[in-house]
Design a protein around this ligand. Structure first.
Ligand code: UQ8
Length: 190
């Protein structure tokens, strides 16, 4: 009996706790729109995203050096003068997502989630209201996308000075501080 109890105890210790959902960078995307000269809108993105979802807590980490604006010199300037990647390498988003609701999702079904996400960017933290659509796909993975636009205001994250600097360098009459963001994130479990 003692041996059986010992074996059970060892089994319990060696069993891994439920695995975390991991973000799949290859399939995921995060775009933002910059607007200059009043009406010239350009689509930019970040190519390196990481994240996980475990025990009701979701995290997204955006490598700010991976910004892609379509022009090399502009990428460098945005990294250096706006994001100051030497001081702030990543932007991080955290939010609570009820485990039960995700666990109950069957393939082909979606749930809509109203929540507040905390964005930490350039040394400043702010809660952003968001509506997410979470879909369970046929291969078992989760697709998480914004159901309504998310707007990041540069001034809220101490980025107004950086936007001004970019405007001056490029000799532009204006760059909008309000930046619409759109994302589609894929999570898989090993
Ligand atoms: C399972 C489950 C449910 C999981 C949930 C997972 C989870 C955690 C989900 C998260 C959900 C969520 C709510 C995510 C939020 C995502 C957000 C909001 C992320 C923020 C991303 C971010 C950091 C965005 C950027 C923000 C910002 C303020 C950008 C500013 C961009 C600007 C204004 C750029 C200006 C570019 C420009 C016009 C430069 C001028 C210019 C220059 C300098 C130049 O050199 C040049 O070339 C010579 C030009 O061209 C001629 C130029 O135009």
């Amino acid at each position: 009996m003692k041996r059986i109890l010992l074996a059970l105890a060892l089994l319990a210790v060696s069993l891994p706790s439920a695995a975390a959902w991991q973000l799949d960078n290859q399939r995921s995307s995060l775009y933002f729109v910059s607007i200059k000269k009043n009406d010239v809108a350009e689509i930019n993105h970040f190519s390196h995203l990481a994240g996980e979802y475990h025990k009701g807590r979701a995290k997204l980490s955006i490598d700010l050096s991976s910004v892609e604006t379509g022009i090399d010199i502009r990428d460098k300037r945005v990294r250096q003068h706006l994001f100051e990647v030497n001081r702030f390498a990543t932007a991080n988003v955290t939010m609570e997502v009820p485990e039960q609701r995700v666990a109950e999702l069957t393939a082909g079904n979606s749930l809509t989630l109203d929540a507040h996400a905390t964005l930490s960017l350039h040394g400043t933290e702010k809660k952003l209201p968001t509506t997410l659509e979470v879909t369970r796909l046929a291969d078992g993975s989760l697709m998480v996308a914004n159901f309504r636009p998310v707007i990041v205001n540069a001034g809220d994250f101490d980025l107004a000075q950086g936007v001004k600097r970019l405007r001056e360098i490029a000799g532009l009459p204006s760059i909008s501080p309000a930046v619409p963001v759109q994302f589609t994130l894929f999570f898989t479990k090993e």
